[in-house]
Design a protein around this ligand. Sequence first.
Ligand code: UDP
Length: 365
Amino acid sequence: MNHEKNKYKNPNGKWSKYIRLIKDAVSMYKPCKTEDCFLLQRRADFRLWIDRGGIHESDFQNGIKLGEHYKIINHTLYRKKECIFPSRCKGNEHFILQLINQLPDMEMIINTHDWPKVYKYSALAPVFSFSKQINGSYDILYPAWSFWEGGPAIGPYPTGIGRWDIFTQTLTKEAELWPWEKKLKQGFFRGSRTSNERDPLILLSREQPMLVDAQYTKNQAWKSNEDTLNAPPAAEVTMEDHCRYKYLFNFRGIAASFRFKHLFLCESLVFHVGDEWIEFFYPAMKPWVHYVPVSKSLVEVGDLLQFFNENDHLAKEIANRGQSFVRTYLRMSDVSLYWYNLLKRYAKLSKWKVLKDPSFIEVKL
Ligand code: UDP
């Protein structure tokens, strides 16, 4: 009880700003009451279509070239033969096929590129994408293929990052090997230069390597050291090995980074840089409650690291809440539930009769 009372005490007032931000955020936070923790994001994505009185076939035609074209007819899944990234299609189809017997007829476009497709200046279309900018893109979010399979592929995971269910187990085990007290008091980041918004952290690490260990790795687009900010590429580090560090950084890449959810399972403190890019579950996680929000300029990073080093109990509590959220609400069954509610709502809003097309292939497990 005394500890509860004292934990936000700040004798010299130096860190009162951060202490207040944490205290206020924690007191305002209301944990999910239903099993469908991500309902608000789905509602936000469909709002536009509800206001327009539903999704019409002409809207659908606007999006026909923006992703993979699927039809569900009489509990059978069909797809236009070509799929630009077969393993991403498989990752998505895994979830749809699991639910197929419960799904009504519908027709949808699933974008398997990293970036969203429907912007303010483009024709409106009901396109499913795994990530988007919170303001500015109208795509309907779906859970990334990589919850099951489809990458991205990197050295330690040559067939692509996937199987969230297995990662949940291995990362939880690794977190047990690296309890909070044993973790290295250092910021950590490994990843490729999919966005130059990551540069300030890499530069900070070069100046103050004891504070932050942040290095660029190669990706498929790598041609020379210029692509790793004029330094040789660093070796890739498994997600499991991230658990050794107390402070883990997340940045957007081309779109939202796939690493965000994994970082929490280490039960380390996640520093989330920028707030524009989201996946379906991001908005249910709250700054200062589950992670530390960081501005894109990263000017405050030095202060934040010092603050959390001096207020270790607050860092640990945020890390605990972040891990607990992901373990409780972002299980494989929650991902399936999101797909189910998403497709049911979409089908209800769709206003045209879906017809068979002989050029489509049947998709089976
Ligand atoms: N990754 C990793 N270890 C590394 C580099 C990358 O596990 O050393 C993972 C990373 O967590 C992410 C994926 O590989 O999920 C792709 O990382 P990258 O930085 O290339 O792209 P991002 O998706 O973050 O834009």
